[in-house]
Design a protein around this ligand. Structure first.
Ligand code: CP
Ligand code: NVA
Length: 307
């Protein structure tokens, strides 16, 4: 495996499947053996430019359960690229810690950290991607469906960072994906093009449209996320209007398969992209996704820190 996880593109199909196997085993083991010292004494730096509940808690918990520990550096601590250049931060941290877990705005900050750090750099969400989320989501789909190949997922809402990583992973793993967004909010072409290139050898179909009802037809999973990602708060009001037709509510869910599961990476904006009855309803797997962040990231840390 590569030194870093900056993007889903850093992983091969086999590496993703290997991580998912490992995550499943670690999840099973956790009941009887909460501490497995796969990263004994390792120190991780969490460099976060944006807020977080799930990513921070699951990474801190994961590294501790593996025998290591973490230092959290929040938005006002470092001034990444302001108080000090990104390469200088990477070089300094590499002398003290064994891993850098970074949540940033520009993807370029993740790649610059990775290029200049001698230790692994993990993308804990950037404006472009959220690969750790997608590892947990794939684990969740596997648990509920038994296999990934041939699965049918509909993404409804903004073609954002989570959607970009999902699109790449679906192409790589043979998962059929239909993305429905308002015009102008499609995932960037470089992600759909790359996903379709992967899909040419996995037979996945990667489709984009502006029609949520058509996207969810026959879907096994409907996935949505906030209409306004972190950093876009100024656009929130305008987005609420533009995305209104893309709410995941009971009417939309009724257009999908009977057993459809509903996914959301959280945090949810109840009454906006998703209604309470769907988020809290019987088809919702959002807390499985949240739980699996821990297991998928334990697997990831175990592999990256084993070097
Ligand atoms: N899904 C997710 O990454 O949640 P946080 O922003 O709370 O970390
Ligand atoms: N797309 C959201 C995901 C949050 C986990 C954001 O970037 O804010």
């Amino acid at each position: 495996m590569t030194k870093d996880l900056t993007s889903i593109n850093d992983l091969s199909r086999d590496e993703i499947l290997g991580l998912l196997d490992r995550a499943r085993d670690l999840k099973q083991q956790l009941k009887t053996r909460p501490r497995v010292l796969l990263a004994d004494g390792a120190m991780a730096a969490l460099v976060f430019e944006k807020p977080s509940l799930r990513t921070r808690v699951t990474f801190e918990t994961a590294i501790r359960q593996l025998g290591g520990s973490a230092v959290y550096l929040g938005p006002t601590d470092i001034g990444l690229g302001q108080r000090e250049t990104v390469p200088d931060v990477a070089r300094n941290l590499s002398r003290w810690v064994n891993c850098i877990i970074a949540r940033v705005f520009e993807q370029d900050k993740i790649t610059t950290l990775a290029e200049n750090a001698t230790v692994p750099v993990i993308n804990a969400l950037s404006d472009d991607e959220h690969p750790c989320q997608i590892l947990a989501d794939l684990q969740t789909v596997l648990e509920h469906r038994g296999s990934l190949e041939g699965a049918r997922i509909a993404w409804v809402g903004d073609g954002n960072n989570v959607c970009n990583s999902l699109t790449l992973a679906c192409g790589m793993l043979g998962v059929n994906l239909r993305v429905a967004t308002p015009k102008g909010f499609e995932p960037a072409r470089r992600f759909t093009d790359q996903a379709r290139e992967y899909a040419s050898s996995t037979n996945a179909s990667i489709e984009t449209s502006y029609d949520p009802a058509a996207a969810v037809k026959d879907a096994e999973f409907i996935y949505t996320d906030t209409w306004t990602s972190m950093g876009q708060e100024d656009e929130a009001e305008q987005r609420r209007k533009m995305f209104a037709r893309f709410q995941v509510n009971s009417d939309l869910v009724a257009k999908a398969g009977k057993e459809v599961k509903v996914m959301h990476c959280l945090p949810a904006h109840r009454g906006e992209e998703i209604t309470d009855e769907v988020l809290d309803g019987p088809g919702s797997v959002v807390l499985d996704q949240a739980e699996n962040r821990l297991h998928a990231q334990r697997a990831l840390l175990a592999v990256l820190l084993a070097k």
